[in-house]
Design a binder for this molecule. Structure first.
Ligand code: AR6
Length: 179
């Protein structure tokens, strides 16, 4: 059952597990600006989706330059169930302001809308290697969803995929409080 449903039927679901297994039109990658997908979500996406995702990412950076913090880039999803990977760069906590996470989530939703997609799955961007606390990240994601969901025309499912009990419990609490 979804955690929340907006009047325009957009639902928010929280799930626990590996985002590379989620069935959604797009999965969001917690990337770095160079789209070099080493560890965390990014590493898992390339391992499971195939090297083509890394190759397309390098091609994107060659054409457009590094992705700014809060920006997005799109590639195919290789062998994943998704149609696209939307790569976004979250802030590195302690180096960039965590508020940039608002841009990362907002721009990912906008890109999915632009592509005409109906479902999008997010990981807890910036809460792994980039060191942001789950609670702060969850609050920002909740705020963006609350602000953006009522205006969405194509997206009907927003999935947040959390890795492990702690992340899942914190996000569940914050999102149910704030949505
Ligand atoms: N599915 C869902 N969530 C996951 C998975 C997975 N397979 N693997 C890890 N997480 P991170 P960041 C969780 O480090 O902090 C990469 O090297 C993880 O527990 O993937 O934005 C990039 O290339 C954490 O809660 O992303 C960048 O250099 C959350 O996903 C850098 O890490 C995000 O962890 C980005 O760091």
């Amino acid at each position: 059952m979804p955690l929340f449903k907006f009047p325009n039927e957009v639902t928010v679901e929280l799930i626990k597990g590996d985002i590379t297994e989620v069935e959604a039109d797009a999965i969001v990658n917690a990337a770095n600006s160079y789209l070099e997908h080493g560890g965390g979500v990014a590493g898992a996406i390339v391992r499971r989706g195939g090297w083509v995702i890394q190759e397309e990412s390098r091609e994107w950076v060659r054409k457009h330059g590094p992705v700014p913090v809060g920006g997005v880039a799109v590639t195919s999803a290789g062998k994943l169930k998704a149609k696209y990977v939307i790569h976004t760069v979250g802030p590195r906590c302690g180096i960039e302001p965590i508020e940039k996470l608002d841009d990362a989530v907002t721009n990912s939703l906008k890109k999915a809308e632009e592509l005409g997609l109906t479902s999008i799955a997010f990981p807890a961007i910036s809460t792994g290697i980039f060191g942001c606390p789950y609670e702060d990240a969850a609050r920002i994601m909740a705020r963006v969803i609350k602000r953006e969901a009522p205006g969405l025309r194509n997206i009907r499912r927003i999935i947040i995929c959390l890795y492990g009990d702690e992340a899942f419990n914190v996000f569940s609490k914050v999102l149910s409080d704030e949505l």
